[in-house]
Design a protein around this ligand. Structure first.
Ligand SMILES: Cc1cc2nc3c(=O)[nH]c(=O)nc-3n(C[C@H](O)[C@H](O)[C@H](O)COP(=O)(O)O)c2cc1C
Length: 331
């Protein structure tokens, strides 16, 4: 199956099966300390931050989902880019591997004209570094998007259970280190729904990595998506649908590295309150993907409405915990 077809199939399954979203990232067990006397004027609460040298209205990334040749993928990416620009949040595109297989897919990543002022983040699978990709492909992904940074995503669970997946994850750290030292924009690493352990954080710090989207368990389940995509074998993806460290657990694993890393809390962030809770655990910002998929197919305005809800909830959570602003920028 072509990469473009597979991406379309993933989106179809995400839209069909509500149980792809596991709603179990650990935030329900966290209570933020309420202030009855916050001593703040709500209208003066400032949710903005600076990220990758650009100002955001609040610390949020619309996370990597798609790109390709179908009309739907182009619509999704353009609506997300326009909404991110209007709301002043960052936007990360889905894997750009597809455009190396079919040049026509580049169109879905030419988004700078729709989002001139916000951080745009390119995306490739780190495992591709073991399958012929290198610095040239990373540079090309950045160039087509006119990106401010590149995400290399890690998805070992998905690749091992996917039919024909790329299973060789050996010796990737050295390759990540080498790309990091040569790429002209920041190299950032993300998971896709299973989180990172303390050992992973240490390895990535040794590679010179500073930005990590933890993308923990509890939101989108790639085990479940692959189970739905694989009509011949129903069991493997299902067995692993709740594998990994929850977003709360993976943030806790990063506890001793907080001064060295800028952590982005992804995986199951479903409200501005989840975002505030993640930031109370040390994240500098948050990201979400699946909640925006249906809206992105619908219209730019539908995405804007959802982002604004997240922002308002986040602002109220700051107010009710006695915070006048967000302490962390990425500089
Ligand atoms: C339809 C869909 C496609 C995705 N494709 C990619 C991708 O191409 N590259 C990537 O790094 N992550 C991809 N992800 C993972 C998300 O970026 C995110 O890390 C993960 O879904 C956890 O966030 P969520 O629970 O808010 O969805 C995808 C997620 C979804 C829902």
């Amino acid at each position: 199956m072509s990469v473009a077809k597979r991406k379309d199939e993933h989106i179809a399954q995400c839209l069909k099966d509500p149980a792809v979203d596991r709603y179990d990232a650990g935030f329900d067990c966290i209570t933020l300390v309420h202030r009855a006397l916050p001593e703040l004027d709500f209208d003066k609460v400032d949710t903005s931050i600076t990220f990758l040298g650009r100002k955001l209205s609040f610390p949020f990334i619309l996370s990597s989902m798609t790109g390709g040749t179908s009309r739907e993928t182009i619509t999704i990416n353009q609506n997300l880019a326009k909404a991110a620009e209007e709301c002043k949040v960052a936007f990360a595109v889905g894997s750009q591997r597809v455009m190396f297989e079919d040049k026509k897919a580049e169109k879905s990543f030419k988004l700078r004209e729709f989002a001139p002022s916000i951080p745009l983040i390119a995306n490739l699978g780190a495992v591709q570094l073991n399958y012929g990709f290198g610095l040239a492909e990373c540079r090309k992904a950045v160039k087509v998007l006119d990106a401010d940074a590149l995400f290399l995503h890690l998805n070992p669970l998905q690749e091992v259970i996917q039919k024909g997946g790329n299973r060789n994850f050996a010796d990737l750290a050295d390759k990540i280190k080498s790309i990091r030292s040569k790429l002209e924009v920041p190299l950032m690493i993300k998971e896709t729904g299973c989180g990172f352990s303390e050992a992973d954080y240490q390895l990535l710090i040794n590679c010179g990595i500073r930005y990590i989207d933890v993308a923990g368990r509890g939101g989108t389940s790639w085990g479940r998506i692959e189970h739905l995509c694989n009509k011949d074998d129903n069991s493997l993806g299902l067995a692993f649908q709740d594998w990994g460290l929850s977003t709360v657990e993976t943030l806790e694993q990063a506890d001793k590295f907080k001064n060295q890393l800028f952590l982005i809390a992804g995986g199951g962030i479903r409200s501005g309150i989840d975002l505030a809770k993640a930031m109370s655990l040390g994240a500098g910002m948050g990201s979400a993907a699946l909640p925006f998929l249906k809206a992105a197919l619908e219209s730019k305005d539908a995405v804007v409405k959802l982002i604004e809800e997240f922002r308002e909830q986040f602002k109220i959570a700051l107010f009710l915990t006695g915070h006048k602003n967000v302490r962390m920028n990425d500089d």
